[in-house]
Design a protein. Structure first.
Ligand SMILES: Cc1cc2nc3c(=O)[nH]c(=O)nc-3n(C[C@H](O)[C@H](O)[C@H](O)COP(=O)(O)O)c2cc1C
Ligand code: SF4
Ligand code: SF4
Length: 269
């Protein structure tokens, strides 16, 4: 079976999900026809196509054991008629809890048939020089595994005649999914005197949550805590303030240092 179009669709503020998906696509070895980067709200506002004889590798990071809210809303609005999906989540070496199941379920509700799925590890959004959490992942080993996963998907595609040959895919997770505990706006970023006004953080922020007219302060009611601005700041002038989120970073660096490995799941056929 040969899908006509290959798509990469991802929400990825700090680019680890994007890097994993790109490597899976390389392993599949087909030209990717479209990249649908849904990280920024502007792109999520554009209506997606109806996916027909396509394969969509769809990915998102794990936020508190679930999908990021904006990504989940976008995935829930997709429409597919006979298209294949490869749901992938990327997490910061704590756990992916119900996020992969949530993504697979959303893909199924949108009409996709899940061919394979994966949970990979990326540097934690809250990782810093002070608190290392899955630092520099995905590394070469992770990327090799993503590539090998892509190769496996290509072999399955070669071996199946039609969609009817694909059996339901099972992935870890529980339903009802882990409860989302609403978090009030949190002022967790400090801009130090090293800020030179370059504006890189404004371009990196997926939520337009940085006010350049107010010394690059964070608009806390829009912020999703993705830390893309902190990681992108060239002089390292954006840092986590002392407070609850920095406390979480410290705890994670102490409790989640044992290396976790990628897991992949293939549908029977
Ligand atoms: C608000 C928030 C919640 C997170 N929750 C989890 C989690 O529950 N488990 C985990 O292992 N990593 C968690 N992470 C880390 C991200 O899943 C991880 O860093 C991922 O690689 C980020 O993907 P990206 O680079 O595509 O943005 C969280 C990150 C953020 C910002
Ligand atoms: S301001 Fe908030 S939403 Fe914007 S990049 Fe920084 S952490 Fe992410
Ligand atoms: S990226 Fe850093 S240095 Fe540049 S404007 Fe933002 S806070 Fe200032």
């Amino acid at each position: 079976m040969k899908p006509k179009n290959f798509h990469l669709m991802y929400f990825s503020p700090t680019h680890t999900t994007r890097r994993i998906l790109e490597e899976i696509a390389k392993g599949i070895g087909q030209e990717t026809t479209t990249i649908i980067d849904i990280t920024k709200s502007e792109t999520r506002d554009r209506k997606p196509p109806v996916f027909g004889n396509d394969l969509v590798i769809m990915g998102a990071p794990v936020y508190s054991g679930r999908l990021p809210k904006h990504a989940a809303q976008y995935f829930a609005g997709l429409k597919a008629e006979g298209a294949l999906a490869v749901p992938v989540v990327v997490y910061g070496n704590r756990a992916y809890d119900d996020a992969l199941l949530e993504l697979k379920d959303l893909a199924g509700k949108s009409g996709f048939i899940a061919l394979a799925a994966g949970a990979f590890i990326g540097e934690h959004s809250f990782c810093s020089n002070e608190f290392g959490i899955a630092e520099n992942r995905p590394d070469k080993e992770d990327l090799d595994k993503a590539f090998a996963f892509g190769r496996k998907i290509a072999r399955i595609l070669d071996g199946i005649g039609s969609l009817k040959d694909i059996k339901p895919l099972t992935v870890p997770g529980h339903f009802p999914y882990k409860e989302i505990v609403p978090r009030g706006p949190m002022d967790f970023i400090e801009v130090t005197d090293d800020c030179d006004g370059c504006g890189v953080c404004v371009a990196a922020c997926p939520e337009n949550a940085i006010d350049e007219t107010k010394k690059y302060a964070t608009l806390t009611e829009r912020c999703i805590y993705c830390c893309a601005c902190i990681k992108a700041c060239p002089p390292g002038a954006r840092i986590m303030k002392e407070g609850p989120l920095k406390g979480v970073a410290k705890t994670l660096s102490e409790n989640c240092s044992a290396r976790k490995e990628p897991e992949t799941f293939m549908a029977g056929h």
